[in-house]
Design a protein around this ligand. Structure first.
Ligand SMILES: [Ca+2]
Length: 221
């Protein structure tokens, strides 16, 4: 198994050195999108991911039992019923999404676009996650009031499954809403939700080793 992987990698690298094939994206990419959601319309149900990397299965975007869909049209996944009587989160008020992966992944960061109703919507957002089926842990909270935020996930490595929950509270009334929505201004936010990981480090190091072997072999001749 190991030997055949190296020889394939060496052949590929040899072909690249000789200019026969262009370098694959995986060699140069610094990050890969694992799973992502583009919101096409509002629905009272759940929304499957619109992008999954190879070997990745989504856990659909859905609502916790403490929030309810708000009738609306457009590319919004919109809900009301966020906690407004307490200064703390309600454990049932959240959006949830996630993924399962054939191969363990080293996560990098997550980008989310969650737009609140500025008058009545929840003003505090907190992201929690369950990795590899463990208990939910606090990941972080956006330091910006804008809809888009990004949180570092680089401490979470060897992740084969992840479920994320975005809790929100400090709403002004039960009618205040918060929606998951597309923010298409930058590549990082090309989708409403995107999880990023490092691209298969084993493949890169194999190719690098194969490349060194080829260069050494050529120099000796
Ligand atoms: Ca609620």
């Amino acid at each position: 198994m190991f030997r055949s992987t190296v020889s394939v990698a060496t052949l590929v690298t040899a072909a690249m050195v000789l200019g026969l094939v262009p370098p694959a994206d995986v060699v140069t990419a610094e990050e890969m999108c694992v799973v992502g959601w583009t919101i096409e319309s509002n629905t009272p149900g759940s929304i499957p991911a619109t992008y999954c990397a190879a070997g990745v299965t989504d856990i659909p975007l859905s609502r916790g039992p403490g929030i309810s869909p708000r009738p609306d049209v457009g590319a919004l996944y919109i809900s009301r019923g966020w906690s407004y009587t307490s200064d703390d989160l309600d454990p049932e008020d959240y959006y949830q999404w996630g993924f399962l992966s054939d191969k363990p992944l080293d996560l990098l960061h997550i980008g989310v676009s969650a737009r609140g109703d500025h008058v009545h919507g929840p003003t505090t957002r907190r992201l929690y996650a369950s990795f590899n089926g463990e208990d939910f842990v606090y990941v972080g909270r956006p330091t910006t009031t804008s809809a888009r935020f990004s949180l570092d996930l680089s401490e979470y490595t060897d992740v084969s499954s992840a479920a994320f929950r975005l809790y929100a509270y400090n709403a002004d009334s039960a009618q205040g809403n918060l929606s998951i929505t597309n923010e298409l201004s930058t590549p990082e936010y090309a989708r409403a939700i995107q999880v990023f990981a490092t691209p298969e480090p084993a493949t890169i190091s194999m190719l690098a080793l194969g490349g060194l072997a080829v260069l050494r072999g050529r120099r000796r001749r």
